[in-house]
Design a protein around this ligand. Structure first.
Ligand code: MSP
Length: 504
């Protein structure tokens, strides 16, 4: 029997526009977790992808004068391009236009029509195209969509319904029995209350949207984008009610669906109810993180306030971005993205704390350890203390508390900086050379620990450090260290920049 892989997913991003830092956030979180688990030899499967159907995408493509599929091909490729730039290593990129996914959606629909969980009726309600979601009048903010702030449309048509109401009790029981299913806990109550307040059946097909998966037995209907997209988690793993692919058993149930808080309901209520209707085991966890905002407003292309990851990467490098987004704000909560804060952290945490520590020590190691990496230090207090932090750091990453892990790692960096300041190895070199080598030896081994800890967050930096620290794949001591440029070249602070003396 094949061993179960740890299956991590991100939402499928809409291809209405190019990706921004908000999309990168979830995908990077999945990447950090995946890299961490892989480093512990835990088999992982990380799936991401693009959500390509629906009236919004169709409308945008038509406005650009392009066929919807051609438009989707372009933007979906942009997402993959950004994931490459950001050093994100996923195992599978699914598109909702993939034939295997579409076939899975059609088969699910037919199965649920047969079982009576999906039935034909008519719908009359309010719809936001950007969310691709129906809203109750009471949910609107000043008559607009509560997420996008844009007007909603009145929609009235024949539709298939999914019997969500039937699963109210089963959902509540599931939440009760599996307290980790809706995470973090502080977001769970809102969903539980929503379910307790009574679930209505939901409309899951459209007759006026051509760009979608056709209902096989009634082709004038296309499947509602959310019903289609949510199924990706299962179809991407090989699920099809007419016969699952060979990987499904090793992947399902998904271990964690990472999502933004605005789509928690879809993942914490509708998706598990769909799985219950299909008789498929539920995922182990849905984790809803917060939003990156700009001046308090959600970062979003449709609102016109967003930061392009490529621009940040160009100036600061990939690892600085990967560090900042998980260090600045606890994963789960909202946070404001500002380039001033970014630069501050870059200079303080990366260029100064880590970068300087590393270059100071490596220069001395190169000189006084004669370019040879030493054997593991026996009886080093600092090394054994820091080594004992490893399980805590690992736990934080596994619990998706990325900020806690980084904070702990930077506590270690500060400890080492303090120790170097106290012991003053440059003076030891003159006054007590016999004490210098063992000290540098300890420091080099502590840096090895740090390089290992930061690896899931900053893989390039970790490799650069490891190269210079002589950490080979086999972790042999005695390797020749390599010279590499500074890890994080300092950026000039605005206040230090030469004043512009031109007048006009
Ligand atoms: N297509 C749906 C999801 C279907 S999943 C079966 C969708 N797409 S989206 O393009 O709007 O992406 C939403 C996701 O992108 C959020 O849930 C979150 O993961 C990420 N983010 C988009 N903007 C974000 C912020 N401003 N801040 C943090 N994450 C953000 O919804």
């Amino acid at each position: 029997m094949n061993t179960k892989k740890y299956y991590i997913t991100t939402p499928l991003y809409y291809v209405n526009d190019k990706p921004h830092i908000g999309h990168a956030y979830t995908t990077l979180a999945a990447d950090v977790l995946a890299r961490h688990l892989r480093s512990r030899d835990i088999p992982v499967h990380f799936q991401t992808g693009t959500d390509e159907h629906g009236s919004n995408i169709e409308k945008i493509a038509r406005e650009k004068g392009i066929e919807p599929k051609a438009w989707c091909d372009g933007i979906s490729a942009d997402f993959r391009g950004l994931w490459k730039t950001l050093n994100i290593k996923y195992d599978h990129f699914i598109r909702t236009t993939d034939p295997a996914h579409e076939a899975g959606v059609q088969a699910v629909f037919e199965k649920l029509i047969k079982s009576g969980d999906v039935y034909l009726g008519s719908y009359d309600g309010l719809y936001c195209r950007s969310c691709e979601a129906f809203y109750d009048e009471s949910e609107l903010k000043e008559k607009n969509c509560p997420v996008h702030g844009k007007p909603v449309e009145h929609v009235s048509e024949e539709t298939y319904f999914f019997k969500l109401s039937k699963y109210e009790k089963a959902l509540l029981e599931h939440y009760e029995k599996h307290p980790g299913f809706l995470s973090p806990r502080y977001r769970a109550q809102e969903l539980i209350n929503f379910v307790k307040s009574g679930l209505k059946d939901i409309s899951i097909s459209r007759t006026k949207v051509a760009w979608g998966v056709q209902v096989k037995s009634n082709p004038k209907h296309t499947v509602y984008v959310w019903f289609d997209a949510l199924l990706n988690y299962a179809t991407g793993a090989g699920y099809n009610p007419d016969g699952a692919g060979p990987d499904f058993d090793t992947l399902w149930p998904a271990d964690v669906h990472l999502v933004g808080k605005e789509i928690f309901r879809f993942h914490g209520v509708i998706w598990p109810a769909m799985l219950m209707a299909l008789g498929v085991e539920l995922p182990r966890k849905v984790y809803a993180h917060g939003w990156w905002t700009i001046n308090g407003d959600k970062m979003s292309k449709s609102r016109g306030n967003f930061i392009k990851a490529e621009d940040v990467v160009q100036e600061y490098g990939v690892d600085a971005l990967r560090y900042f987004i998980f260090r600045e704000v606890p994963f789960g909560q909202d946070g404001d993205f500002s380039m001033e804060a970014f630069k501050r952290r870059y200079n303080a945490d990366l260029a100064n704390d880590l970068g300087n520590l590393f270059s100071r020590l490596m220069n001395m190691a190169a000189k006084y350890l004669e370019h040879r990496m030493p054997e593991k230090p026996e009886g080093s207090e600092i090394f054994s203390e820091l080594s004992s932090w490893t399980p805590g750091i690992q736990r934080s990453i596994e619990e998706l508390q990325f900020g806690d892990a980084l904070e702990r790692i930077w506590q270690a960096v500060s400890r080492l900086n303090r120790l170097v300041d106290e012991r003053k190895p440059w003076e030891l070199a003159k006054k007590d050379p016999a004490a210098l080598k063992p000290f540098l030896n300890e420091m080099v081994w502590c840096l090895r620990l740090i390089a290992g800890w930061i690896d899931p967050f900053m893989p390039d930096t970790a490799s650069k450090m490891q190269l210079q620290l002589g950490v080979g794949k086999t972790q042999t001591a005695g390797a020749e260290p390599q010279k590499v440029p500074p890890l994080f070249p300092r950026k000039q602070e605005e206040k230090d920049k030469p004043k512009d003396i031109r007048t006009n």
